[in-house]
Design a binder for this molecule. Sequence first.
Ligand code: CTP
Length: 403
Amino acid sequence: MARITLGVSGGVGAYKAVEVARGLQKQGHEVIAVMTEAAQRFVGPLTFEAITRHRVITDQFEPGLNANVEHIAIASDTALLLVAPATANIISKFANGMADDFLSSLYLATTAPVMLAPSMNVNMLAHEAVQRNLATLRARGVHVVEPGEGYLACGWIGKGRLAEPDQIVAAVQQLLQPSGRLSGRRVLVTAGPTYEDLDPVRFIGNRSSGRMGFAIAAEATRRGAQVTLVAGPTTVEPPPVAELVRVRRAVEMHAAVVGRMDGRAPFDAIIMAAAVADYAPAATVAQKIVKTDRDLALTLARTPDILADVGRMLPETHRRSVLVGFAAESEDLVARADAKRVRKHADFIVANNVLEPGAGFDVETNVVTIVGPEGAEPLAKRSKADVAAAILDRVERLISARG
Ligand code: CTP
């Protein structure tokens, strides 16, 4: 098992870092805690010392630190530098190469992978400066465990809460032991609905919860794949993945997906589970639409078909990528799904009858038929996790057939 350095910076989520340390130990890892000065205002070093059974590093200039081989070796000896919580301040220091305390110096000195679990006020997180620093770090290969949404300690509601300790531990496990059958493979998954804005307060959406796509992303991650998850607005928490891209509208989802079909290593599989709006208001009104006594007619314009566009692009750039589409039908399931498969150049379509009990939106189970060139395979009702496993079994077979 690995030696992990756990950097704790000064956010209110610092108390959760204790649980992270315990979770990592339960997986058999050795944990060395490094606390910034501000972190010690939230939690005492003694807590981490008692849990990790190692002296906690709190000061760059601590007497004895530079003579102590164990601590000097930390930069070269660690399998991972994990910072949880990572405040806006430490993110900025890492992005800008500052080295005014032990943790920021360690970031520069180590060649080990680095993972951050940001935690801060919703507006701080959304601030361009913080987003730019995170983008800089991501571009350098730093892994980011997305913060959660909800009630924040500062009293605001929004995104910024430290990811749950078990999510952070799962992300670490995934990074340190990519030993599954999809290890070394890149998988892109779309999930959830899209919201097409009518005006600043109204939108056209659908009832997709994202659960099916999230189950696929989680299962692909469990099998060792590097997963990019492009998710529309949902209240269901997405699983920990290598890259989470949040979008709102169909055009944004299209840009996020198509923009990733560039010079980077191609995806081994692209699985489009999102319920993308086919039409969006032809024009979004900047001001709230005010009611009158007359009826209101909306003009809707077609959105780009992401699956069809990717299907068109693949033969040129990503010949080996496996392309999977979904189809929600209420009649003529197999024939319609097969027509979609051919029209959108997908390898197979996962079709479900939305009228069937236990299938479709907002439930934990699904009843699907997999429609490929060799025919249709109906699967009995099962959990979305088991449907995801069946889909990925088939994806794996196609990947290995293509070499
Ligand atoms: N899809 C997409 N972009 C769109 C619409 C759909 O990528 N603008 C994808 C979905 O993610 C799904 C598949 O296409 O994988 C099928 O979606 P569906 O809306 O059922 O298909 P349509 O071809 O739009 O079929 P219909 O004419 O029945 O609406």
